[in-house]
Design a protein around this ligand. Structure first.
Ligand code: B12
Length: 280
């Protein structure tokens, strides 16, 4: 007499036409999956020539920190220029990740793994250089007072660094007085403030008022799960930020094109180059 488990498996042994299983679950196999590096947009971004730079870009694309560390060390050993590795290998991998995330083909964990891999590679390059790579401008990033949620803020920091900015990461639960003190110290071109709780997002207005008292008019991008555009726009000096990967483009608009917080409120979708529901 067979056991219940054996009986269960016997049912499958009697199935002759396995296609029926697929039909029942409405599964259609459409051929081999497209590899991330074969996506047409990613093909345009990654270094085309086989070699250390392409390998490194792929390490980042696949979020493989250990392999990135190994390959950066090997590339530096082989005499590659650390700045060239940052700009034309590590950052290219991260650009590929952003492209796939924008399309909805990569997800938050992919971003975080790739960000860690890229930043680790950048640190090894900077250690070889003996100084930090030149950056476009300092941008200050923080999660507001009372708020422990920092995943979005960490993504912002990673995207800014990946795009050549000096992201000054103040961390999470940052008191408004510290924001003002750090703004005086670093004179950032822009700030990003993140809040995920209805109880903490009131900090945006307090921060804007405290900065204005000190005569600091730096644009502040405010975002986070619970935050809405109309709430943010109740205060001067602020604009509503939607996706972490938008931040470098918003920073470019401020740094390169002299856009103000008022301009960004009007031109957000144009600046980030895509349809943004909150700004439609
Ligand atoms: C992870 C998480 C936690 C983790 C945080 C870990 C960490 N290191 O961040 C932990 C477990 C610590 C936590 C704790 C708490 N949490 Co919590 N948490 C979450 C959760 C599940 C996900 C949040 C998240 O990381 N989202 C993903 C990131 C990427 O999103 P994001 O930060 O918003 O950033 C995106 C955008 O907003 C944008 N963005 C953000 N800022 C900016 C700025 C600019 C300029 C731009 C352009 C874009 C931008 O970029 C990102 C997308 O690309 C949410 C629920 C949910 N599904 O959202 C609850 C949630 C946020 N938590 C909540 C609560 C209540 C708490 C607690 C108070 C629970 C408790 N009773 O103890 C505690 C906090 C305790 C404290 N110390 O005060 C509530 C908040 C409710 C509210 N509306 O007020 C939520 C919504 C859960 C719920 N449904 O109740 N939490």
């Amino acid at each position: 007499m067979s056991s219940p488990l054996e009986k269960y498996y016997e049912r499958f042994e009697s199935i002759e036409d396995y296609e029926k299983i697929a039909i029942r679950y409405n599964v259609k196999v459409e051929g081999p999956a497209l590899k991330p590096e074969d996506d047409p947009e990613v093909v345009e971004i990654l270094p085309k020539e086989e070699g250390l730079k392409r390998t490194l870009a792929l390490d980042v694309l696949y979020g493989d920190k250990d392999k990135t560390d190994e390959d950066v060390a090997a590339a530096l050993e082989a005499g590659e220029d650390p700045i060239d590795l940052i700009n034309n290998a590590l950052m290219k991998g991260m650009d590929g990740v952003s492209a796939l995330y924008t399309k909805g083909e990569f997800f938050l964990p992919d971003l975080m793994l790739a960000g860690d891999a890229m930043m680790s590679g950048v640190e090894i390059c900077e250690a070889k250089l003996g100084h930090k790579a030149d950056t476009k401008a300092p941008i200050m990033c923080f999660a507001v007072e009372g708020d422990p949620h920092d995943i979005g803020k960490n993504l912002i920091v990673m995207f800014l660094n990946a795009n050549g900015y000096d992201a000054i990461d103040l961390g999470r639960d940052v008191p408004t007085v510290d924001v003002v003190a750090k703004a005086k110290e670093h004179n950032p071109a822009m700030m990003t403030a993140t809040a995920l709780m209805t109880t903490t997002m009131t900090a945006f207005g307090k921060i804007a008022a405290a900065l204005q008292e000190e005569g600091i008019d730096t644009p502040i991008g405010c975002g986070g799960g619970a935050v809405r555009r109309d709430f943010v726009e109740e205060f001067d000096q602020t604009f509503y930020g939607v996706e972490a990967y938008h931040t470098p483009k918003l920073a470019d608009a401020v740094v390169d094109d002299g856009k103000t917080w008022e301009d960004i409120r009007k031109e957000y979708a144009e600046i980030v180059g895509e349809y943004v529901a909150a700004y439609s």
